[in-house]
Design a protein around this ligand. Structure first.
Ligand code: PLP
Length: 432
């Protein structure tokens, strides 16, 4: 008899949380690490939001509450979605979750039967792929192409759709690439979906980075395309826009109240409710004009850092990087570095090559030998990722820290003998 049920071998993880122990170990052995691996803004929660949390605690708003989310917050979310997307949702279609993450996997539990196919962007937020086999569904990655600024064409999506397609994830602005979809791409995508998918197929549009967008561009949602409101789940949250990752508040707006109520039932089963004092503060975040000022300041800072770091990273020999239009990540191509190091052949000779990749080796080398933490391509979807050699750098750090991080990456990219030594020692494989 096995201790664990079989399904445990079918769920993956988010490496951004797994790299932590490697960073701790490096810091213990060698000193401070420059952390460009983090997916959270390096800003404080705006003061007016913090004040509201404190006020709500003083009001003893600390008890169980509506498992679907407080009506006051759901009303504010619905209103904001209607204004920004030109829709007519009502608060009963909204469900509040502990973060933007839970509805991703719950959606697969709610909509997919065994054998149903789930299309998702790759590279993409790892949780899309991670859950699919857990629910016995079939992963169908939609590869985002560097040459298309990390978007896809409607024809490529059309090729992935079959009679078994049940759920399609979209994520713009994108984690990890910073790619943003044009209105035209979303209209073409919607046309393919309306032509080829039955009305029961759901589009899960993860728009959690909707407010972090550069170059004066606007955020577009596929839900705004005529007929798509009936098929689209609009997912969002407060972690990124308000630098509030620890507040654990996210939401999804469903095409029907019936669907929202199924998710409410799962909330009851899994966690009862989201802390009401945070929910009232989230309502204030949506309603207060002070939020607009705070968010604008944060986005302008990200944009200035993007300009600077994008230029510096492109100056490193063997690295080329597309200019991201949103979120707070750069996604450089390091094929040239791997080539200069002969890393493709060296990786091929490793006994654990199946569990790693050339970019993963470079990620660990940069961490252990040059004290700079980044993420590798395969942390953002593994299926069909062979031959794709990228890193993700977060620009959620102070400018001087970012510049030091790039300097260390440059040193790593030029340190061929250091890499050979690293491959001999493999400190990343030594158990604690
Ligand atoms: C695309 C995307 N969706 C959802 C989430 C989850 O956000 P939260 O921290 O609110 O659960 C993240 C976090 O990194 C993300 O990048």
């Amino acid at each position: 008899m096995n201790l664990f049920a079989d399904r445990n071998s079918r769920i993956d993880t988010e490496n951004a949380f797994k790299v932590g122990p490697h960073i701790v170990r490096t810091e213990q052995q060698k000193g401070p690490v420059i952390k460009l691996n983090l997916g959270e803004p390096d800003f404080s929660v705006p003061k007016h939001i913090k004040d509201e949390i404190k006020l709500q605690l003083d009001l003893d708003n600390t008890h169980y509450c509506d498992p679907k989310g407080l009506l006051s917050l759901r009303t504010a979310i619905s209103r904001q979605i209607n204004v920004t997307r030109g829709l007519k949702t009502n608060p009963e279609q909204v469900v509040v979750f502990p973060g933007g993450k839970p509805p991703i996997g719950l959606a697969q539990q709610v909509y997919c039967n065994p054998g149903d196919e789930v299309i998702y962007p790759s590279p993409g937020f790892p949780i899309y792929e991670s859950f699919i086999r857990y629910v016995h569904a079939v992963p169908v990655p939609l590869h985002l192409e560097e040459s298309k600024n990390f978007t896809f064409s409607a024809a490529e999506l059309a090729n992935k759709i079959t009679a078994k397609t049940k759920l399609i994830y979209l994520n713009f602005p994108s984690n990890p690439t910073g790619g943003v979809a044009s209105k035209t791409l979303l209209e073409e995508t919607a046309k393919v979906i309306l032509e080829r998918c039955s009305p029961e197929v759901r589009i899960y549009s993860d728009e959690i980075y909707e407010n972090i967008i550069f170059d004066g561009k606007l955020h577009h949602s596929i839900s705004s395309v005529p007929e798509m409101e009936k098929r689209t789940i609009i997912a969002g949250g407060f972690s990124k826009t308000y630098a509030w990752t620890g507040g654990r508040i996210g939401y999804a707006v469903f095409p029907t109240i019936e669907e929202a109520d199924v998710f409410k039932r799962l909330n009851i089963n899994y966690f009862s409710c989201v802390p009401p004092y945070n929910q009232e503060a989230a309502r204030v975040a949506l309603e207060s004009p002070l939020s607009t000022v705070a968010v604008k300041k944060m986005v302008q800072t990200f944009e200035a850092r993007r300009n600077l770091i994008w230029q510096q990273i492109n100056e490193i020999q063997g690295i080329s990087c597309q200019r991201p239009c949103g979120a707070f990540y750069l996604f450089p191509n390091i094929s040239g570095v791997c080539e200069n190091f002969g890393l493709f052949e060296k990786h091929n000779r490793l006994p654990e090559r199946e569990q790693s990749s050339p970019a993963n080796i470079f990620q660990m080398f940069a961490l252990y030998e040059h004290q700079v933490a980044v993420m590798d391509r395969n942390s953002f979807g593994q299926i069909g990722a062979d031959g794709k050699h990228f890193l993700r750098l977060s620009i959620a750090a102070d400018q001087t820290v970012l510049e030091e991080g790039v300097r260390r990456l440059k040193n790593a990219a030029e340190d061929s003998s250091g890499l050979d030594k690293f491959l001999k020692d493999r400190p990343d494989l030594i158990p604690d």
